[in-house]
Design a protein around this ligand. Sequence first.
Ligand code: FEO
Length: 170
Amino acid sequence: MLKEKVEDALNKQIELEAYSSQLYLSMASWAEKNGFNGSSEFLYIHADEERGHMLKLFHYINDRDGHAIVPPLKQPPVSFESITAVFEEILSHERMISDSINDLVAICVDEKDFTTQNFLQWYVSEQIEEENLAKTNLDKLNMLGDAKANMYLFDKDMAAQSTTGGGTAV
Ligand code: FEO
């Protein structure tokens, strides 16, 4: 049985993962509308992955006799200054998510809930990957600069990441 403090913190994380999914979805839509088809494909896939992160928490809470709560929808930004601005926002968003997971682990330690602490290790590792991926994509954009031909190359690389799980073209 989950302690109330842990259950509340897990439900808060559900809210954040749901918002992450919404944010990536909004970014995907903006990228699609602005001709970044490879990036949009990558972002649509990522929106689904975030929903997966949310569902994993749902099942865990309910399996431990808690109650997973569907959070209200919060609207993410609908437009972005550039594709670089999108990836900058992804990096700062993922860093915020990592902080939240770390806070959640700290609550589990305080409450001596080592089962949930163990469950959260998946998220701890996942956040290392999420931050690395965001940083790598942003580094590529910064190296390429914003000339149109380079944006085309970057977008092609994003299309490759969507099918192989890792970019190689740039
Ligand atoms: Fe679920 Fe991108 O963190």
